[in-house]
Write a protein that binds this ligand. Sequence first.
Ligand SMILES: Cc1cc2nc3c(=O)[nH]c(=O)nc-3n(C[C@H](O)[C@H](O)[C@H](O)COP(=O)(O)OP(=O)(O)OC[C@H]3O[C@@H](n4cnc5c(N)ncnc54)[C@H](O)[C@@H]3O)c2cc1C
Length: 493
Amino acid sequence: MKYDVIIIGAGPGGIFSAYELMKRRPGWKIGVFEGGTELEKRHCPIDGDKIKSCIRCKSCSIMSGFGGAGAFSDGKYNITNDFGGTLYAHIGRKKALELMRYVDQINLDHGGEGTKLYSTAGTDFKKICIQNKLRLLDASVRHLGTDINYIVLSNLYDEMKDHIDFHFNTLVDSIELLQKEEADVEPAESSSAAFAESAEASSETSRCHNSRCDTSRYRIHFEGGAADARYCIVSAGRSGSKWMEKVCRDLEIPTKSNRVDIGVRVELPAVVFSHLTDELYESKIVYRTEKFEDSVRTFCMNPNGIVVNENTNGIVTVNGHSFEDPSKKTENTNFALLVSKHFSEPFKDSNGYGESIARLSNMLGGGVIVQRFGDLARGRRSNPARISECTVQPTLQATPGDLSLVLPKRILDGIIEMIYALDKIAPGTANNDTLLYGVEVKFYNMEVSLDENLETNHPGLYVIGDGSGVTHSLSHASASGVYVAEIISEPSR
Ligand SMILES: Cc1cc2nc3c(=O)[nH]c(=O)nc-3n(C[C@H](O)[C@H](O)[C@H](O)COP(=O)(O)OP(=O)(O)OC[C@H]3O[C@@H](n4cnc5c(N)ncnc54)[C@H](O)[C@@H]3O)c2cc1C
């Protein structure tokens, strides 16, 4: 198998790279290699009846397959440099926003038309937040909803499938450098010098378009085969984080450790937050705790949504969804409250720290633990009886328990403080029956050392999306995919 471009991973990063390359370079041969399945074959076996909790499938349908981790997500595309990643640090703020808007337009053209774009511009909540020691971050958010997000992905796939080779159920094992001498170029000069030389040496027609020439630089290996290409774009996302670390070790690509966010998912009656969610849909609110001056933030708000399990590398954590379809809406709203932990020398394994805490909750609860806020504040566990009497009906079947046995005191204190702060702008947040699910962990991939083209120290090898540690969201991951496609398809390359 010979390709002009190989893309590893069919999440938003990989999809938007493939889509943009197809548009810009219709003659190129592009292969997408994805460990999971096609979109329509992605089914999580949890049915709440026979299978109540995660059975740890070989390939998790929630995280893997066409659409990546974003396939069953709420489809909130946040158009902002304020959160969702640091793509702007590589490509500039203006370019990053331009690409996020471009991605938004592609989504609209593929089934997202008619969905609402919310914005914090001009909202009174900014002032109300500041008056209560909270800060509302700036953003525009396109809310596709889980159902429309699925339709957009289906339409994108239909448009691409006859032009691009999709290899599903193909977990890439390793990436091999075929032209070592080029790869040995110093990182600082990599993209400019090495590429300038190779571009001079080959004319536009003699490059490996349609795989006719012999300039493959990369060979990927997978069970039962291998494939070669001149360019390799890695978009392995969060589920590919461990594998990405191995690739970086094997190819001597520098990395640095990143952060981990730990907290809980809050579920309460939708009316408590409706004044905020009706106007802004998703509000990112940050609070600095009195006690430790840690930042606690709201994350992934799902008005009238459901709480779901998430499986990352076999560890069950919690997340949330919501739907555009009125028939699927619930009476609850959920959102995460997260505290960021950064570590410095000698400890580097921030994800390992998050995993250990999540494992502890899995050990005590067999999965996710749920607790009433009133029980947590009184220092007692929630039991099945107290949960069943609760005025908030849980949307996820989780084990009633005690989150104070799982979360470190500093993190738990920060979350409790924030709940009381939110109660001032959304009275009812600190009610006894507010449900807290734990733990929610937002793992970040270690950050791969990339230049302004998102290229590694190996010319032609790009890392995009959440797998790069640069992005942590649908819009940033997708924008990074378009960006690299633009770079690669430049005639001078
Ligand atoms: C439940 C849930 C809800 C979310 N909601 C939102 C939201 O509303 N808004 C938002 O901005 N973000 C949301 N996110 C985060 C968002 O989904 C991610 O930021 C985004 O999907 C990252 O895109 P990506 O392409 O970088 O990686 P991913 O989407 O993780 O895709 C990576 C793909 O690579 C594949 N892969 C990994 N390793 C290999 C390998 N070795 N070989 C072959 N294939 C491999 C995986 O199977 C996967 O399909 C949510 C995430 C989850 C889990």
